[in-house]
Structure formats: structure tokens, C-alpha cells
Ligand binder design. Structure first.
Ligand SMILES: [Zn+2]
Length: 228
């Protein structure tokens, strides 16, 4: 259904923009708009999300539980162009500001298969990776336990055991297909972020009882915020 208020609104924004509209992103943003409207969120919030993309604002809002977009399977990206690189830059800025070590595009409300990661320590130089359409092609034998947090589930930490090393195939910032062998925290972060692209969250590693408790807490918080 594309004829509703939301898509009319998106068209208006596109026309007002000085940047030439890109058909892929027009479709992406319209999708985001419709999904959010169906989820009952206010249009004022949706509008800011779309606006931030066109005005080149660097730090963008991160969606949090229980936003249903977090459960959506992100769609593959067809080409790497300047619009996508701008989104990568926004994602990196947003991740560094949070601060975090990884972010998936869907966490900014764009359900496309893109993630950014930088696991460098504070005193080290930044080592950002932008992974488009990432696929894990091999997993190592060893396991690694890590207490993971998630920018979309503030203040919740979950101990998760995942393969300690892996090989990931992806398209880079320049559109070149590459392979990366990762281990340690980088391997953990890549698996966490690829989970986001498939609608999977760290709370899915909890028992259903604990998971329900976390979800209930966030639903209650969201209701309290809306009531303000
Ligand atoms: Zn996360």
C-alpha cells in the first residue's frame, strides 16, 4: 500500500530536497515510513528520520526495543554509491558518539544489509570497517565468551558464546568484494551485527522467561515516554 499519507509525505520531502532523488533510497525511505506508521509510531518521529537523511545530519537517532523494525530481515544492497557512503558516514558518526563498537543500518531505521564496526581501543587509531551484504563463509573451531551490550537495548548485557574466529565476505566502501579473517572481539562484533541484519537480538540468547522480562520493561518504558 503506497497511497497513504506516509508516502505522500515522503514524496514531498523528496521534492523539497536539493539532492537528486535516488530510486533505491526513495523506496527504502518510503518503506521505513510505512513500517513505522503501521507500528503506530507518531509521524513526527518518522519525519525526522527521513529528514536527517536528506539534510546530511551526521548523528542519527538509534531505534530501541520494542521497535518492530529491529525484528525485520534487512534487504540486500544493489550498489554502493555516494548515498550509501553518506549513510555509512552517518552510521560511523552515530556509533562513535554513542559510543559503540558496531552498528547495523536497521538500527538507524534503514533495513538494508549494511554494518559498520570499529573495535579499536580508545588510545588506538580508528579502524573503521564498512561491510555491505556481509556473509560469513567460514567459522573457526574455538569458542569465545563475551558479555555483549547493544545500542538498541540500553543497559542490558548478555553473556554470549560464539565462534572465536571467522571469515566474512562483503563489499567494501568502494564497491569491491572482499574477504576478511577476524578473531577475538572483531569476530564477536561481526556476528552480533550480522544477527541484526536477520532480525536477531542478544536477548534471543536468553531464556524465554528472561527475554520476556526485558521486552516487558522496554514496552513499559516506551509507554511512559509516549505518555509524557
Ligand atoms: Zn546490537
Amino acid at each position: 500500500m503506497r497511497g497513504g499519507l506516509a508516502s505522500a509525505h515522503a514524496r514531498g520531502l523528496l521534492q523539497a530536497s536539493t539532492a537528486p532523488p535516488d530510486p533505491l533510497w526513495t523506496a527504502v525511505e518510503a518503506d521505513v515510513f510505512l513500517t513505522l506508521e503501521h507500528s503506530g509510531r507518531t509521524r513526527a518521529i518518522d519525519r525526522n528520520r527521513v529528514l536527517s537523511y536528506f539534510t546530511g545530519m551526521a548523528i542519527r537517532p538509534i531505534i530501541t526495543l520494542p521497535d518492530p523494525l529491529l525484528r525485520k530481515v534487512s534487504q540486500p544492497i544493489e550498489r554502493v554509491d555516494d548515498d550509501l557512503r553518506r549513510l555509512m558516514d552517518d552510521m560511523l558518526e552515530t556509533m562513535y558518539a554513542a559510543p559503540g563498537i558496531g552498528l547495523a543500518a536497521v538500527q538507524l531505521g534503514v533495513p538494508r544489509r549494511l554494518l559498520v564496526i570499529d573495535v579499536a581501543e580508545d588510545e588506538e587509531e580508528r579502524q573503521p570497517f564498512c561491510l555491505v551484504n556481509p556473509e560469513i563463509v567460514a567459522l573457526g573451531d574455538g569458542m569465545r565468551l563475551h558479555e555483549e551490550g547493544c545500542l538498541s537495548i540500553p543497559d542490558v548485557r548478555v553473556e554470549i558464546e560464539r565462534p572465536a574466529s571467522l571469515t566474512v565476505r562483503y563489499t567494501d566502501r568502494e564497491g569491491v568484494r572482499k574477504e576478511l579473517e577476524a578473531s577475538g572481539l572483531l569476530a564477536t562484533a561481526i556476528q552480533h551485527e550480522i544477527n541484526h541484519l536477520d532480525g536477531k537480538l542478544i536477548i534471543d540468547f536468553l531464556s524465554s522467561l528472561k527475554r520476556d522480562m526485558v521486552v516487558r520493561k522496554f514496552k513499559k518504558q516506551a509507554r511512559a515516554t509516549e505518555a509524557l
